[in-house]
Structure formats: structure tokens, C-alpha cells
Design a protein around this ligand. Sequence first.
Ligand SMILES: [Zn+2]
Length: 453
Amino acid sequence: MDEALKYKAASCWERYGSAGDRAAMDGLAGEFLDFLTRCKTERETIAWAMEQGAAAGFSGDLSGGLAMIPFRSKALLLARRGSAPLSRGLRLITAHVDTPHLDLKQHPLHEECQVALMKTHYYGGIKKYQWLARSLALHGTVVTTDGRIIGVCIGESQDDPVFTVLDLLPHLARKQREETVEKAFVGEKLNLAFGHEPASTEDEAKVRQRVLELLHERFGIREEDLFSAELQVVPAGRARFVGLDRALLGGYGQDDRLCVFTATRAFLDAPAGEHTQVLLLFDKEEIGSDGATSAKSRFMEHALADILDAWEPGTALRHVLTRTKAVSADVHCPMDPDYQDVHDKYNSSLLGFGPVFSKFTGHGGKYGASEADCEYVAWFRALLAQEGIPWQMAEMGKVDEGGGGTVAKDLAVYGMEIIDFGPGVLSMHSPFEISSKADLYATVKAYNAFYRS
Ligand SMILES: [Zn+2]
């Protein structure tokens, strides 16, 4: 009886210990690492999701039951029509495709001390020192005035060069060592080493000139074309298994592509059900969800209005949204083995024990939080219990230690039931984030159960 009263979190490793589960887990992990390696920008991630959707029969033709509505290459809505009327509400999972990185400035290219440099402006919450002295790649898009759209990806193939942000040698870093971390690493010094060979020209800035020549040779662009470019600096190279047992997954951009991958996988694997199922991918979460492709934009309303017109004209959108059950699929911060002191150990999660519910987000007295109702939490517990899927309930850290937000509050305003629910990531927002192979597997199962509910 004592045991029956106690709550105990279930380990995914124990729950999924069978040979069949472990083989499936390994297969999924391999696919996830390939996905992380390929998708390092918003556009690359949306392109991947659209490929997956198209292969499963989703399209812009809304006369069928499988709708695919992209917006400006950075947001996407996929919907699978259910048997019940739309006014019964949706089963909706949303995740964000943007991750912290360095953007090239509008006038990026300059030359100092025989080195060509590209100036950057960082995007999202980074620890700046993590971007120094490591190999970096350049991904993005340049659009020319004659309408050419040029894809750029340098630094990923074995034959490609990479780039780097230079760091100060320790021998001359006495003053830097005495500074706070915030002051020791300044955004204006996050410049990308981009070239060194001088062009054969009489002009000054010969190295800069040589870089322009090479950009023209490779992409057919001129310096002015960099004004109409979105070029992002991201960590170069493959996502990898981590640990002798290959049980951890390491790679850039897992916040929130871990949820993009698991939610897309769960969505595409789900059969059509009673409720219409929706997968919604947003941009700009890391910088406050403003702008045309963000969760605060009208994209979701507009896309769902088109779907209502096609599938069920006359149904009011507000009736659909207020009866919708939703998941804000975003990563959580499990207990960090080296920084346990920032967590409340009674209200934290552990890697390997499944996706984590965060009933509310925000900071300091729940400021800026969206909080899920207890009724919705109870409904979700029952759903996961039915299939024996491990899950956890946790807060982000100690009460006044900091905090964070997700898109949950931007969708909660429509009156839908929504809760943050996603797998844990260690070294979050770093160039090499870490997740658990077991959590990846359990999260796909949990999201899939939600779509089937
Ligand atoms: Zn996130």
C-alpha cells in the first residue's frame, strides 16, 4: 500500500529495455543525428519538414484532407483532417525552428592586419565565449536584384574550408581574466576570420578584395548583394553520438529542433483520427516571437481560416480554437550533473526519464507565465498512463534563479488548452547541445499518443 501511494518517475531505459525497442531507439537516433546535421537554419528545417510532408501526401491543395501551408520559408502548418467536425477542436503541437546563432551584419566584410573578417550580430541567448576558437560554417540565402535565389552552405563538406572567431591568447589575457564574463566577451568582437590571401590589385585591402573575387566566382554575387542576404554562422560538422555507450546525442540546434523532429515524426506516423491534427512550426522564438513568421504573428489564424473555408465553411475559428488541445513542444533543462545547485532537486527532471511537463514558464513570481489548468494536466496524465509512456513534471530551476519562456503563452491567448511538454537538453543554447537517446524515443511515442487521442 505504501508503494502504491508514492509517485515514482519511470526510466525510459527500463520501460524500453526490450531488444525490439532498443533497435528502434538506435534507428531513430541515427535519423535524428542526420536531421540535425542537415538542418542548421530556419529555412533548412522548414524545407526538411516540407519534404517529409510532401512524401506523406500533404500539399497546398486544400480540397483533400492533408494540408500543407508554408509561410515565407520559415513557418509551416501541416493539418490532417479528422472524422469529427472542426468545431470539436484540434490536436495541435507547435515547435520552433530557430536556434541561437551569429548573423552576418549588413556591411560584414572588412580587413584588419592582413585578415579578412566578417562582422556578426548574435541572435538569441548565447554565451559568447562558446563561439570562439571553433570551426564554424556559413549557411543561408542571397537574393540578387535580378531575382536569383542563391543557397549558401560553406564549411560542411570535407573539402570545404571552415571559418572561426579568433580568441585572445592566455598570455595576454590578464585584463580579460579580471573582467566579468559578460564584459570579457563583447559582441562586437565576434568577427569571423574569412580570408588571408591578397588579391593581385593595386588597391588597399587586398585580402578583402580577394574574398569578394572568391564570392563572385563561387556564387556570382557582388558585395552589394550581401544587403539582401540572410547568412548565418553555425557550428560546422556532424551531430554525433556522445559517450562510450552512444546513449547521448550531441549536436547544434537541439533547442528546439529536437522537438521539431519528434513532433514531425509523431505527426506523420499518426493515423487520421477523430480530431483534426495540426503540426505548427514557428520562427523567432529565441528573440521573443515577434515578426511575420513567429508565434505572435497572424500566420496560424490565417492558415486555419483557409482550412476552415476549404473543409468546413461557416465554422467559426474561435469555436475551433477554444476547444483545441495543444502542446508547446520545447526542450526542458534537466538536472545538470555539474550545476545541480541551480535546480530545486525536488522539482527538477532527469535525462532519460522521458519528456517533461512544465506547467508554467516565466520567471520570478511566475512573471510572464502561461499556466496550464489542472484539468488539462489530469487529462494528459491519463493519456500517457494508458500507453505506459514515461514522463516527468518539473520546473525550470530554482524560484529566483532565472527563467525562460516559450510560445505557450502566445497560443494560450486563443483559449486553447496548452502545456509545455518536451525532452531535456543539457548544455542548452551552446554550439553542442546534449540529449538522451531514450528521451528522443519516448518523446515521439508521447507526441504520437497525443495526436491519436
Ligand atoms: Zn526553445
